[in-house]
Design a protein around this ligand. Structure first.
Ligand SMILES: C[S@@+](CC[C@H](N)C(=O)[O-])C[C@H]1O[C@@H](n2cnc3c(N)ncnc32)[C@H](O)[C@@H]1O
Ligand code: SF4
Length: 499
């Protein structure tokens, strides 16, 4: 079977964008960019992607041994705005390639030419331009080639999100606090996390509480209104009950939470959750937590290195309910090694019995720095079609449970190039998740690995201010981490604050 495609770019150099699109159809080892018209032979195809500037045409041609197997082109209107023109050229280059490959391979990837992380942003932009739903549907279909199912999904989500996005309210912020520790590392995970070490956690919490105090004071000085607070990781409940209590008391003491609507702790792994810890969270006004099964199949939990059983998930969930947590999220991953439709169905039946208000369904992503990537040959992973079927099972159950998709994002290296969907019951949407996805509010991130995002509404752009990821470096350079953020606050407020 002939596989290799030589790719020749003419009149443009959007190599990255073309490469990302090709990866939706074929493995990256099956195509390579060539500088000149490579000698075609029986072993390879030639794909020519061309931008003909003086005729306003983008064109793609697929050839084998001089024989044209497919050709597509688009004429486009003249635009004076160079940024808009560049965007349009990029998109039409991708569209003609997509159309050729869709016919050639006889598959229609559901996200069309879209390789970005946040598809809903497109819909928000079109809402902003004043388009109605019908026009948005048509534009998204024409410009991105998405399937009707995905178009409906992002439009429905964007409509729910709309009421939470208020980019004009510059004084509103969210705060993220990072606890990058976990009891052990799960097979698929690439999040920065460190194993529990008593001394290191003590030093880390000292540094973190200092950052909370300093940045909390800055937020107060600037009269910022904290809308949501999210403590994530890693696994925050790796901390002891006492450590959690100190952390939360420090937060309440130094951060003005008068206007806060939502305070989440991503408890995560049931093997780190105890009654005492849950009571500490409740006493400190945490009103949303996660208890993450990933799967409700014991054999998979062993494979992925989660040191707990399905029964622990059920017991912990029921304990949290008893203590009075109403808003509980559960994370699942579809496509875990060895899982098929039956197993996903079993997971969903169990979840339906528990009936959480929030459910987040991830599609397995093969992260570069995960143990899974290192040992990928040892695992039998589901193919695209099967992953799609499993996702449909989760969608059907979510619907039956009265859960509605309210936010979504995509990642690189996901099985079947699919998506992660957050579901919620009405009025239980996680506002923080929406803000982080739609990027219309400043998110101030504290702790190692936290990346603050300062939003500039007038220019509709974000400025990222990262903290270092390494815990030792974070502790050593804590003053620098604080100063980095103060500097950005200083710029954001027109140099108008007393630092
Ligand atoms: C920041 S992680 C931490 C949550 C918590 N520590 C836990 O594991 O329960 C958030 C979620 O991302 C998802 N996730 C992590 N790595 C993933 C991967 N490689 N592919 C798909 N989903 C992933 C899991 O569902 C996980 O619960
Ligand atoms: S998935 Fe969660 S518990 Fe597992 S290593 Fe990653 S952050 Fe830690």
């Amino acid at each position: 079977m002939i596989k290799l495609i030589n790719v020749l770019l003419k009149g443009h150099n959007f190599e990255y964008e073309v490469g990302e699109l090709l990866k939706i159809f074929i493995h990256k080892k099956d195509f390579k960019f060539v500088q000149q018209k490579a000698l075609e032979d029986n072993q390879s195809f030639l794909l020519v992607s061309e931008y003909i500037k003086d005729q306003n045409i983008t064109k793609a041609t697929l050839l084998q041994n001089e024989k044209v197997l497919g050709e597509k082109f688009i004429y486009h209107e003249k635009i004076n705005n160079s940024l808009k023109l560049k965007k349009m050229i990029k998109r039409s280059i991708k569209i003609v390639i997509y159309d050729i490959l869709r016919e050639f391979y006889d598959i229609a990837p559901p996200w069309g030419i879209l390789t970005g992380i946040r598809p809903t942003k497109i819909v928000h932009e079109l809402f902003h331009e004043g388009l109605n739903i019908e026009k948005i549907k048509k534009r998204v279909k024409d410009d991105y080639r998405m399937s009707d199912e995905k178009i409906d999904l992002i439009i429905n989500i964007a409509q729910i999100e709309k009421k939470f996005i208020h980019g004009e309210k510059e004084d509103q912020v969210s705060v993220y606090i990072s606890i990058p520790f976990c009891p052990t590392r799960c097979l698929y995970c690439s999040f920065p996390s460190h194993p529990y070490e008593e001394e290191k956690i003590k030093d880390y919490l000292n540094a973190l509480c200092y950052e909370i105090k300093e940045i909390g004071n800055t937020l107060k000085k600037l009269n910022k209104k904290v809308e949501t607070l999210y403590i994530g990781g890693g696994t925050p409940t790796t901390l002891t009950a006492e450590q959690l209590d100190t952390l939360l008391k420090t937060i309440h003491h130094f951060i003005d939470l008068k206007y806060v609507k939502e305070m989440t702790v991503e408890a995560g792994r049931p093997d780190t959750i105890t009654k005492e810890k849950l009571e500490v969270l409740k006493r400190n006004k945490i009103n949303r937590i996660s208890i993450n099964p990933q799967t409700m199949n014991d054999e998979t939990l062993i494979k992925i290195g989660r040191h707990h059983k399905v029964q622990d998930i059920i017991d912990t969930y029921e304990m949290a309910k008893e203590i009075g947590f109403d808003s509980i999220n559960m994370d699942l991953i579809i496509g875990l090694p060895g899982e098929d439709e039956k197993m996903v169905e079993h997971t969903m039946k169990e979840i339906q019995r528990l009936d959480p208000n929030n459910l987040t369904v991830h599609t397995l992503a093969i992260k570069r720095t995960s143990r899974l990537k290192e040992s990928i040959k040892d695992y039998d992973l589901a193919k695209e079609e099967q992953v799609q079927k499993m996702i449909h099972i989760t969608q059907d159950y979510a619907k039956k449970m009265g859960l509605i998709p309210y936010y979504m994002y995509r990642q690189k290296y996901m099985l079947g190039n699919l998506e992660n969907i957050g579901y919620s019951k009405e009025n239980y949407e996680c506002i923080y998740n929406i803000q982080i996805m739609e990027e219309k509010q400043s998110i101030i991130a504290l702790g190692a690995g936290g990346v603050s995002k300062f939003f500039y509404p007038k220019e509709n752009r974000l400025e990222r201010v990262p903290n270092v990821t390494n815990v030792d470096e974070y502790i050593k350079r804590i003053d620098e981490m604080i100063e980095r953020k103060r500097k950005e606050f200083f710029i954001q407020n027109g140099n108008n604050i007393d630092r």
